[in-house]
Ligand binder design. Structure first.
Ligand code: SAM
Length: 357
């Protein structure tokens, strides 16, 4: 994600993700009130209970701060309503996790001054263990698990039958969807096994991620069609000699939209968590004429780093995104797909089972 707080920063271009965090607040609060085991924070003889919360894939803020506030509010409410008399004051320790190239400086310098928690940054991939065994009471992740750890090999291998020449994302081709899906399942399995180590027995894992209906073709979703238009802008620029064609052929977005059934299957196969609830919802108001420059800036805030690493200084990112706005304007029909219920967000509440060993 773009760091800092400039015009193209994630901090200034993540209101869609923020709307998702806000819309999930009711589900998150209900999940905590109904399922969070306060006893996990009160080890025997504990004088001052500390609740340890981790947000995985936090980026630079401010959305992560909002999510953390929502979580703390719900835990305090639960604490007040379930502790009969003189409830001990809770202390909160919040860990903000993201990849080590995340702009943690911006995260730290914009931490809310009125915060009531001890904050720490935790760099590293959430596909590996990041905390000691059984130390986290509540883990949260929003809008991050659809980022794959890598683009599947078959898509970038020139000798592969599904080499994705001239496109940047999977299309209706079932084999290509299958390799992306396999990568997602491997990543998600690694994420769940790592969190299973870190989360205390009875602790919660709350997930918010974009998804689509079971069995829907990518060519029937607005997100995929937008990626298609974006890829065609890169191809146009290669044809005009503005970027290298081979580089375009090698570029793919490591993004995958799971489905409720697929996510449920990965969680069941992992076996370490009880699925307490899973809801699909769509927080977005469907506009007939979407704000295209705003959409493009959001996408730019998310992928500019990837583009810079792949194409280096040869790419004119401003020109690319101007073309992208024009392409979307010429293809407004793709936004009709928003009016279907094929794309949505999933909110899932998982509870750490009693460890088997
Ligand atoms: C779209 S941002 C979401 C940020 C924030 N949670 C929100 O809701 O606005 C996705 C974040 O996930 C992070 N991310 C992606 N893969 C990751 C990984 N393997 N480990 C840790 N963070 C990761 C990205 O670096 C990025 O900051």
């Amino acid at each position: 994600m773009n760091g800092g707080d400039g015009t193209f920063s994630y901090a200034k271009n993540s209101c869609y993700q923020r709307e998702a965090v806000d819309a999930a607040k009711r589900m998150l609060t209900d999940a905590i009130l109904e399922k969070f085991a306060m006893e996990g924070c009160f080890p025997f003889g504990c004088f001052s209970p500390t609740v340890r919360i981790a947000d995985f894939g936090c980026s630079v803020g401010p959305n992560t701060f909002r999510a953390v506030e929502n979580i703390m509010e719900a835990i305090e409410l639960k604490h007040k309503t379930t502790t009969e008399q003189n409830p001990k004051t809770l202390e909160f320790q919040v860990f903000f996790n993201d990849l080590s190239n995340n702009d943690f400086n911006t995260l730290f310098t914009t931490l809310p001054t009125s915060r009531r928690y001890f904050a720490a940054g935790v760099p590293g991939s959430f596909h590996a263990q990041l905390f000691p065994k059984a130390t986290i009471h509540l883990a949260h992740s929003s809008y991050a698990l659809h980022w794959l750890s890598r683009v599947p090999n078959e898509v970038v291998d020139r000798n592969s039958p599904i080499w994705n020449k001239g496109r940047v994302h999977y299309t209706g081709n079932a084999e290509m969807v299958a390799v992306y899906s396999d990568q997602f399942k491997r990543d998600m399995a690694a994420f769940l096994s790592s969190r299973a180590e870190e989360i205390v027995e009875g602790g919660l894992l709350l997930l918010l991620l974009p998804a689509c209906e079971d069995g829907v073709l990518p060519s029937e979703t607005c997100a995929s069609l937008q990626f298609g238009l974006f890829g065609s802008c890169l191809v146009d620029m290669a044809k005009m000699g503005m970027i290298n064609e081979e580089k375009v052929d090698d570029f793919n977005l490591p993004l995958y939209y799971t489905s409720p059934r697929e996510l449920r299957d990965v969680i069941e196969a992992n076996g370490e968590f009880e699925m307490e609830s899973m809801e699909s919802f769509n927080p977005y108001v469907v506009e007939d004429l979407p704000d295209l420059p705003k959409l493009a800036k959001h996408f730019r805030a998310a992928v500019e780093g990837l583009l810079a690493r792949h194409f280096g200084s040869q790419i004119n990112v401003g020109e690319l995104f101007r073309r992208y706005v024009d392409k979307m304007a010429a293809n407004l029909g793709i936004f009709d797909f928003h009016k279907t219920s094929r794309e949505f967000l999933i909110f899932a509440c998982l509870k750490r089972k009693v460890p088997s060993d």
